[in-house]
Design a protein around this ligand. Structure first.
Ligand SMILES: [Zn+2]
Ligand SMILES: [Zn+2]
Length: 334
């Protein structure tokens, strides 16, 4: 089969590799779509630890074509979305129930072969049936939605809150919709790209900010008094600092975007005291994959419009090297 084999920094080879076979407790999945994530770009640029050679791609859905021994509950023909994150179950955080903090976490498409390929073998525990009304391409969005749901749980949006979201990529667009579903009174999305701002408005944001042209705290008073919840969905120190500045009294700041490890933010402890701010992070998708699929199946969360580009696997190395541009979510359709 054809697969995107990561061999080391900047080296992604579209190679012919042997078809994988499912072992005990595993399913063979014919991949229908696999989304490109910021993490894939970090991997490509050597900014994220992996174990090459490995087939990358961790946001994927497909159809089971074969099951290994000792598999119950799913069978060939079933459409599934993959939860790529596999905790060890044995370390101290796992045994406290914090599986996403696992000290030995392995992930399909990061540590072991994943979804930028025609076929992928996944443990049956990682295969979640797709709701009937959800397309396979939309099913590839289950992983980012699951991560956003975990973040939204921690952000603690309450009815009537003003929620500001920095970044109108796929994560920001999903977060904006989740904030509305949580009952936010006002949802504001900030992004440099006019196309992304337009998309946010189409999907229900109340206002958008061009952060270069407009200071939301002064001009236009978009955020009078600051937001109750600010979600950073970019992954840079500059926007992490901006998130603190945009939070109002008693506000919560969720740093969701993955910032390069060498970047730091200067925080005024006095400001945290004065405003009684909560600063928090959110990591991956503990027990939220099923919830993501339930929400997607309900039709209340729209991910179809976020898939702005479909590409074939040969285009993947160029797409990873180039960055997302105005595209919101690109999926590879093998
Ligand atoms: Zn991802
Ligand atoms: Zn563990």
């Amino acid at each position: 089969m054809k697969a995107a084999l990561f061999r080391g920094t900047g080296q992604l080879e579209i190679a012919e590799v042997p078809d994988p076979r499912p072992g005990p407790g595993q399913a063979l999945v014919r991949v229908a779509a696999c989304g490109i994530c910021g993490t894939d770009r970090h991997i490509f640029h050597g900014e994220f630890q992996t174990h090459p050679p490995v087939i990358i791609g961790h946001e994927y859905a497909g159809v089971i074509t074969e099951i290994g021994p000792e598999v119950a509950g799913l069978r060939p023909g079933d459409r599934v979305a993959i939860d790529p994150n596999m905790p060890c179950g044995q370390c101290a955080p796992c045994r406290r129930g914090q599986v996403h903090m696992c000290e030995h976490l392995t992930a399909l498409g990061v540590d072991i072969d994943g979804g930028f390929a025609e076929y992928s073998v996944a443990p049956i525990t990682q295969c979640f049936p797709l709701p009937e009304n959800l397309s396979l391409v939309e099913g590839a969005m289950a992983e980012p939605v699951a991560c956003c749901i975990h973040g939204m749980d921690l952000a603690g949006v309450r009815s009537g809150d003003t929620v500001a979201i920095i970044g109108g990529g796929a994560i920001g667009q999903i977060m904006a919709q989740l904030a509305r579903l949580q009952g936010a009174g006002r949802v504001i999305v900030s992004d440099l790209s006019a196309a992304r701002r337009e998309m946010a408005l189409e999907l229900g944001a109340d206002a958008v900010i061009d952060p270069i042209a407009q200071d939301p705290l002064s001009a236009g008073q978009l955020l009078e008094g600051g937001a109750n919840v600010v979600i950073e969905a970019v992954g840079s120190a500059a926007t992490d600092a901006q998130a603190i500045a945009w939070a109002g009294r008693g506000g919560t700041v969720l740093w969701f975007g993955v910032t390069p490890p060498d970047q730091t933010v200067t925080v005024s402890p006095n400001l945290v005291f004065e405003k009684e701010l909560t600063l928090r992070g959110a990591r991956i998708n503990p027990f939220t994959h099923g919830r993501a699929l339930a929400l997607l199946g309900s039709g209340r969360l729209e991910v179809g419009p976020l898939i702005t580009r479909r590409a074939n696997i040969e285009e993947l190395p160029g797409l990873l090297a180039a960055g997302p541009g105005d595209d919101i979510k690109t999926v590879i359709v093998p």
